[in-house]
Ligand binder design. Structure first.
Ligand SMILES: C[S@@+](CC[C@H](N)C(=O)[O-])C[C@H]1O[C@@H](n2cnc3c(N)ncnc32)[C@H](O)[C@@H]1O
Length: 391
């Protein structure tokens, strides 16, 4: 008969501590095969194989819960899916870590020898601002087939030899994601502050310059757009035929001042491309579905009403500085084949109404499950408003 191992022996064989073996037992991952007369745990060869599997899966980043729920009990088919999900999660983690490393390096390069706690706070702020954008980015990667920054780039329609001013250029995905498609002779003047992702973009430019079309040039200036120094520099170039102010409105206190100043440096036939407060399309999408489910939509109606007013205010503000203000509706479709993911998105958008959503979760889930069963997926055609403004 096979001689069973004690917890100390199996731990030694798998290269883990005895405490870990106890923990795996408590968590339901590795049950003893038997107990000795003195009620000590005993393990057979099969248990050792399970333990080795746990150690391997932990090493590639699975949590104990994931190992228990998906892998130990699961069938071979689940392994591939679980590994793919793990790969994605690890790539996300690496991306985040790379950004933190970049942010620390940039601060050290810029302020080396002259650092204080404000610099650390700056790094934290910088990383957390970008984390939100990244979360959106990863979410979009998972659920949309089009690259939003390609859609945006197509919409702004950069022309050959255009002189572009990019206000608050940041990480500049509109340029990075279309790098080789930027038309010949385009000159881009990007403005942002130090300590933002524009530092990263400033590094990216020389490293990738060789892939640009002939005559394409980028110049990044680190200046605060709410101050005079920035506009003194901007005015040196006299006029720009394309000015971008994308996703800047919620980061500056007085966006109107920047819009007013931008209108003065726009060329006669130029375009100022702006986005500001507008209707959040998730509200519209979920509202229609809530109606179909017979649920209360009053909080969504309220939100949409406020957003419509904010959108109208943005448009009215632009009209003070431009003779023609054209709303451009850009769409991107979000695809879902898992009702839980839809509910997650819903909860993100309606945090204050979390209780109502969770109280009705079964109804909501059933509704989306039925749709997914019938059509294979749920699609939200999201509309985002940008404005093209002319002198
Ligand atoms: C949300 S990001 C948008 C970046 C980019 N325009 C885009 O569409 O992805 C806003 C950017 O504006 C920059 N910003 C905020 N306030 C600024 C200011 N006063 N002067 C210059 N840049 C500013 C931030 O540092 C950040 O990079």
């Amino acid at each position: 008969m096979e001689k069973k191992m004690t917890s100390g022996e199996i731990a030694k064989k798998a290269g883990v501590s005895q405490k870990a073996v106890r923990l795996y037992d408590e968590k339901g991952l590795l049950k003893p095969s038997d107990y000795s007369e003195g009620n000590y745990r005993l393990y057979d060869r099969e248990a050792l194989q399970v333990l080795e599997k746990i150690v391997a899966l932990k090493q590639i980043g699975f949590s104990l819960e994931e190992i228990r729920d998906n892998l130990i009990k699961g069938e071979a088919g689940n392994v591939e899916e679980a590994l793919r999900m793990q790969l994605k999660a690890m790539e996300e983690k690496r991306y985040q870590i790379d950004k933190v490393i970049d942010s620390i390096n940039r601060t050290l390069d810029r302020k080396g020898g002259n650092l204080d706690w404000d610099d650390v706070a700056g790094i934290v702020q910088n990383v957390s601002i970008d984390q939100k954008a990244d979360e959106w980015h990863w979410d979009a990667l998972k659920h949309t087939s089009e690259d939003w920054h390609v859609t945006l780039f197509n919409a702004v329609n950069v022309k050959e030899n255009e002189k572009v001013l990019d206000l608050g250029c940041g990480y500049a995905k509109i340029w990075r994601n279309n790098w080789k498609r930027i038309p010949k002779g385009t000159k881009v003047f990007g403005y942002d502050v130090h300590g933002s992702w524009a530092d990263d973009f400033a590094k990216f430019i020389p490293e990738n310059k060789s892939e640009l079309a002939d005559g394409v040039e980028f110049k990044i200036e680190f200046e605060d757009l709410t101050g005079e120094a920035a506009w003194k520099k901007i005015k040196k170039e006299k006029e720009y035929s394309l000015i971008l102010a994308h996703y800047l409105y919620f980061e500056v206190k007085n966006i109107e001042d920047i819009v007013a100043r931008a209108s003065k440096v726009l060329s006669k036939d130029g375009v100022f491309s702006y986005n500001g407060y507008a209707v959040n399309w998730w509200y519209v999408f979920f509202k229609n579905d809530f109606k179909a489910m017979g649920l209360d939509t009053s909080f969504m109606d309220e939100g949409i009403k406020k957003q419509k007013k904010a959108q109208a205010d943005s448009e009215a503000m632009l009209k003070k500085y431009f003779s023609k203000v054209e709303a451009v509706e850009l769409t991107n479709s979000w695809h879902y084949s898992d009702s839980e993911e839809i509910i997650k998105k819903m909860l993100e958008n309606f945090e204050e109404n979390k209780k109502y959503i969770l109280d009705n979760k079964k109804k909501i889930k059933d509704y989306y499950d039925a749709k997914i069963k019938k059509d294979g997926e749920v699609v939200c055609e999201r509309i985002s408003v940008f404005w093209n403004c002319y002198k």
